[in-house]
Design a protein around this ligand. Structure first.
Ligand code: SAM
Length: 246
């Protein structure tokens, strides 16, 4: 997979994506990631990328042209490499809410282009012209789209083969199957008078699985009634099998 990020802060994105699990996977070339400076595509001497909003109001709006030209160059590079035209996502506070399900969908794409706004946002016309979709990472406003793009890139890239050391690791985690994860414990067995739940020390795999499944359901029910309702709808209890007559 190839991910491109169009941003006014390519170094910020590049440095985050060079650390830890994602950074190691990047070094191993398990995916490609490129960060592009939108400012390089301005046509004015001052390299200005924003202007006052039509109709008045506070702040500045990013011009359509440098964003458009930057994305066109990225599309050119990606297709020249023999990949499909990238799926283009604009990071906006007004986009569709992000989720693990969306991460899984995006992980299927061979190329993804994430576009980051700044200031008061981007001229709507460039979004209309290029976006396959707009994504918001939550109901709050960030100063720029970089953190949002990094959230999307991280959650998509960890699903790529080889990125996590245990290939099935992510299937046990919160949101994979619509539930929150069960509580986790590590050594020591007792810490500040708190003991690890005894079942986890038994080595009895089936009992441990049953306990974890119960904990995951209970946590989801208590902490996220919205998710619990959806989970119950998606997993109706199996009808009891009729007893066979003798
Ligand atoms: N005026 C915009 C609004 O009210 O919707 C907010 C602009 S925000 C200050 C600047 C940039 O940060 C946006 O263009 C977008 O790229 C990014 N951004 C802010 N909040 C975001 C969120 N929740 N999800 C994704 N991107 C966000």
């Amino acid at each position: 997979m190839r991910i491109d990020i169009a941003t006014l802060f390519p170094q910020l994105c590049d440095s985050v994506m060079s650390e830890s699990i994602i950074g190691r996977a990047r070094k191993k070339e398990l995916f490609e990631l490129h960060c592009h400076q939108i400012r390089d595509y301005t046509l004015n001497k001052q390299k200005q990328v924003d202007d006052y909003p039509y109709g008045g109001g506070c702040g500045m709006v990013m011009n359509a042209q440098p964003i458009y030209d930057c994305c066109q160059e990225i599309i050119r590079q990606v297709t020249e490499q023999g990949l499909e035209r990238p799926h283009i996502v604009f990071m906006t506070a007004a986009g569709q809410p992000y989720s693990e399900e969306k991460a899984r969908q995006l992980a299927q794409k061979s190329a993804l282009l994430l576009v980051c706004g700044h200031y008061e946002g981007m001229d709507e016309r460039v979004i209309e012209e290029l976006a396959d979709e707009e994504i918001s990472i939550g109901d709050y406003v960030l100063t720029g789209g970089e953190l949002a793009a990094l959230v999307v890139a991280d959650s998509v890239l960890r699903l790529q083969p080889g990125v996590l050391s245990d290939p099935e690791g992510y299937q046990e985690e919160s949101h994979w199957d619509g539930l929150l994860e069960y509580p986790q414990y590590t050594r020591p067995e007792v810490w500040r008078d708190k003991a690890v739940p005894p079942v986890l020390l038994t080595g009895h795999h089936a009992n441990i699985q049953a306990w974890r499944s119960e904990q995951a359901k209970e946590r989801t029910r208590l902490r996220r009634p919205d998710l619990w309702e959806k989970y119950q709808k998606d997993h109706p209890p199996e009808p009891e099998k009729k007893r066979r007559r003798k």
